[in-house]
Design a protein around this ligand. Structure first.
Ligand code: NDP
Length: 238
């Protein structure tokens, strides 16, 4: 278990799914946890500010409110993301651009804003939630895969630009995680997917949270620009 730190941790989209499990993990560790979220309710102990990842103004304003309440953000977990799957020939500009805008653009907006305080503090942990699809590809997922692969270049550029200031930037690439989305898949489809995963099962959101917690810890200070798969071996380390 990563050590308890009491640090200020911002997890985007902590109202449900993987983001919620990540936020709960940091709360349980004794960190001071905030989220920028769009809808729904939050786990106990999480300070929430409404904001949309596609708006620079809303992201910047939410950061300012979080900093006023809890102090500078020391750990950023960029989790909020969407899919709009469509076959390539039918994919509209909007389907492509809107997925890039939330998944890659939203992460960029958060990282840019968070970096100010991190550079000043000469400390920071940035963790971006990508996907096995980002490096493996997926039919009907050109937009999503491009957005998630883009996070790798983003993390590596941040590492090169501000890595000397005690700041790390890493990517976590989950495979199939048991969320509402995967539960809704027909049993046959689930079986087919599980047959292709060496671990022969889907993961729990808490297993993603564990990897994130490690990358956010003091112990991981020499790991940066890495892609950490949490996929039961599906991508074979990409
Ligand atoms: P969910 O769909 O359950 O949750 C997505 C979260 O992102 C929600 O909190 C949602 O808010 C938020 N969000 C979406 N768009 C915006 C926006 N424009 N502004 C602010 N918040 C937004 O997804 P998961 O928990 O399953 O996935 C979380 C992350 O993990 C995503 O980045 C996803 O791509 C990635 N991932 C998921 C996998 C899986 O198997 N589930 C596998 C690999 C990667 P709201 O509730 O308001 O819609």
């Amino acid at each position: 278990m990563a050590e308890t730190t009491g640090r200020v941790v911002l997890v985007t989209g902590a109202n449900r799914g993987i983001g919620r499990a990540i936020a709960e993990r940091f709360v349980a560790q004794g960190d001071r946890v905030a989220t920028i979220y769009r809808s729904g309710d939050l786990p106990d102990g999480v300070f929430g500010v409404h904001g949309d990842m596609t708006s620079t103004e809303q992201v910047d304003e939410a950061f300012s409110r979080i900093e006023a309440e809890l102090g500078p953000v020391e750990v950023l977990v960029a989790n909020a993301g969407i899919t709009k799957d469509q076959l390539l020939m039918r994919m509209s500009d909007d389907e492509f651009e809107s997925v890039l805008d939330v998944n890659l653009g939203g992460t960029f907006r958060c990282v840019r804003r968070a970096s100010k305080g991190m550079i000043k503090a000469r400390f920071g942990r940035i963790v971006m939630i990508s996907s096995v699809i980002g490096l493996y590809g997926g039919p009907g997922q050109a937009n999503y895969a491009a957005s998630k692969a883009g996070l790798v270049g983003l993390a590596r550029s941040i590492t090169r630009e501000i890595g000397a200031r005690g700041i790390t930037a890493n990517v976590v690439a989950p495979g199939f995680i048991e969320t509402a989305m995967t539960a809704a898949l027909p049993e046959d489809t689930q079986k087919k997917y599980k047959a292709s995963i060496p671990a022969a099962r889907f993961a729990q959101p808490e297993e993603v949270a564990a990897a994130v917690a490690f990358l956010a810890s003091n112990e991981s200070g020499y790991i940066s620009g890495a892609v950490v798969p949490v996929d039961g071996g599906l991508g074979m380390g990409h």
